[in-house]
Write a protein that binds this ligand. Sequence first.
Ligand SMILES: [Zn+2]
Length: 267
Amino acid sequence: MTTKILQILLDGCRPDALQQAKTPNLDQLWQTGAYSWTAKTVMPSWTLPCHNSMFRSVPPSKHGVGADNIFRESARAFPSLIDVAALGGKHTCMFYSWEQLRDLGNPGSLKVSYCRNADYGLDNDTDIAKLAATYLTTEKPDYCFLYMGDIDINGHMYGWMSPEQIASVEANDSAVGIVLDRLEAAGIRNQYTIHVQADHGGHKTDHGTDMPEDMTIPWILNGSPIKQGYQIQSPVSILDTAVTLAHLMGLDIPPLWEGKVVEDALV
Ligand SMILES: [Zn+2]
């Protein structure tokens, strides 16, 4: 069987931040899904290299997007999940608040791409999540990427695991709750398998190193055909995300991709 995918990214969200914050909506996803609190990102643990590894399933040494958070055209040699989905005839969309992510797919691979940068104002993540929810419930896309950046921003401003950052985890949880409620109300919640993860963690007011605090990320799958209330036992890498989501959408896996399907999460 194949399923539609809603992929949610919580920038800079450490697994222990997720566990410390009051997050009833995200809790429901992992408690009725499959999850790992020990998934690993790649070095350098910066947003753009990590996203390119998440979407292109190769390490930064291959795609070439490095610590300076600047996109390199060399990355396009490795098709992204968005490109693979578009090639497979899927209706794809992306809602995000950091414009550097615009190159995660090739021009033409996204039917809808909505970006409003975080400096636009308060509650930007929540507003973007609401826009994504409206699009999901009216257009019912096959694949939707929802990126939220406030947790990372608060980490840099106030510190990782600070009360301010924990509050932003809770705000993102409420935004996820809005999306889930809207899917439920539209009667299409069960059409979507939902994936939640971070791109990297952080320590003090930064990240980018190979410290466990920076490298360890939460990784959650919820829906069909996913195990329920199951802690994934096998090691999970950020390179596995694109492969697993493409597999769930019934897409061909590009031979260049180096990740694996996280079979342990599947029924
Ligand atoms: Zn950051």
